[in-house]
Write a protein of this length. Structure first.
Length: 81
């Protein structure tokens, strides 16, 4: 169970990066489901969240799964500059 103040639609960031990597799709008692563009949904446990405030969820890139890190790198690669 987590005590995070998180809502569906909150933006997701890796550590304190400037660019968001995804958004919260579901909030459950023991996890979050986040969507990362071009990669799909990922389940995030509370211990992978550094902080959550002001509509932002900050993930700890040292503890999240490697697949999520790879997806985050590619999240915006198809966008026009």
């Amino acid at each position: 169970m987590h005590a995070l103040q998180v809502s569906v639609g909150d933006h997701v960031f890796l550590d304190h990066a400037e660019e968001e990597v995804g958004a919260v799709r579901q909030v459950a008692k023991d996890h979050l489901v986040i969507y990362i563009e071009n990669a799909g949904d990922f389940v995030i446990r509370g211990n992978h969240v550094k902080s959550a405030h002001d509509g932002k969820v900050i993930l700890d890139k040292e503890t999240v799964e490697p697949q999520l890190l790879e997806a985050a790198k590619k999240a915006h690669e198809h966008e026009d500059s």
